[in-house]
Design a protein. Structure first.
Lengths: 116, 136
């Protein structure tokens, strides 16, 4: 399996767990998962990339698209990532300024000071 | 398209299915490792080659993307990846018409430039270079 996805509610957040490799081949599945979550009413998304091993620009594009979408609904999309390899991709593209990135899921869920 | 490859180079041709991008990444990482690049640089090669192949696939007219990986004619201490599609790289209006266009286009370029030591886009060919490769 190249990509695994699991969506679950956590309080007022919706956690989307992404495992494996996000690239041009698998990114459409991630886009669908985010779209489905929003269609189900989720507005505060946490994309947990703890199990993500690879991320390319197509995947970044999907995450940015998801963020833009929930922001138009007064929502937000935050990330959980502690892999230096993956964080480097966010840094090079300047997206560390766009996304709130937490080191742990607990940190992401405990940060209630945002628009939540 | 004509291939110019040295004895130590690896030539790979993949069809235009996005599934093949991962295969190209795996081969690129394997060759980079064989050539003695340290693991953090192997990761750079893996990501950059994926971007270049994805890009070539979205601009290719003949459904085949060709890669030449290795020291090439550059000599010791250099790792070069040449990725050729079938059309000039997209830009401007053309990028907007592509599923890979818009924002992702800029992200891909930013990654190429941030990961490889040198990036040259020459017609339908993207040349990525990593220098200071330790000798094996």
């Amino acid at each position: 399996v190249d990509l695994t996805l699991a969506t679950r509610p956590e309080g007022d957040r919706t956690v989307v767990e992404v495992g494996g490799e996000i690239d041009v081949y698998t990114a459409p599945q991630l886009r669908s998962a985010l779209n489905d979550a929003v269609a189900d009413g989720a507005r505060h998304l946490v994309v947990d990339m703890t199990g993500t091993e690879f991320l390319d620009s197509t995947g970044l594009g999907v995450l940015v698209g998801g963020l833009k979408r929930v922001r138009t609904m007064d929502g937000d999309l935050e990330l959980v990532c502690d892999s230096e390899k993956i964080l480097k991709v966010f840094r090079i593209t300047g997206l560390t300024k766009v996304f709130t990135i937490h080191a742990t899921l607990a940190d992401a869920l405990g940060t209630d000071g945002s628009q939540a | 398209m004509s291939v110019v490859a040295g004895a130590d180079d690896v030539v790979l041709r993949v069809g235009g299915s996005p599934e093949n991008v991962r295969t190209a990444r795996l081969v690129a990482a394997a060759v980079a490792r064989r050539e003695g690049l340290p693991e953090d640089r192997v990761d750079e090669v893996r990501i950059a080659v994926g971007e270049a192949v994805t890009w070539a696939m979205h601009t290719a007219t003949d459904d085949v993307v060709e890669l030449v990986l290795g020291p090439g004619s550059a000599g010791a201490g250099i790792f070069v990846v040449r990725v050729a599609g079938g059309l000039a790289p997209m830009s401007g209006a053309a990028a907007g018409d592509s599923p890979y266009g818009g924002g992702a286009d800029g992200l891909a370029l930013a990654l190429l430039r941030g990961l490889a030591d040198d990036v040259v886009i020459d017609g339908d060919t993207t040349v990525l270079t990593w220098s200071d490769v330790p000798s094996t």
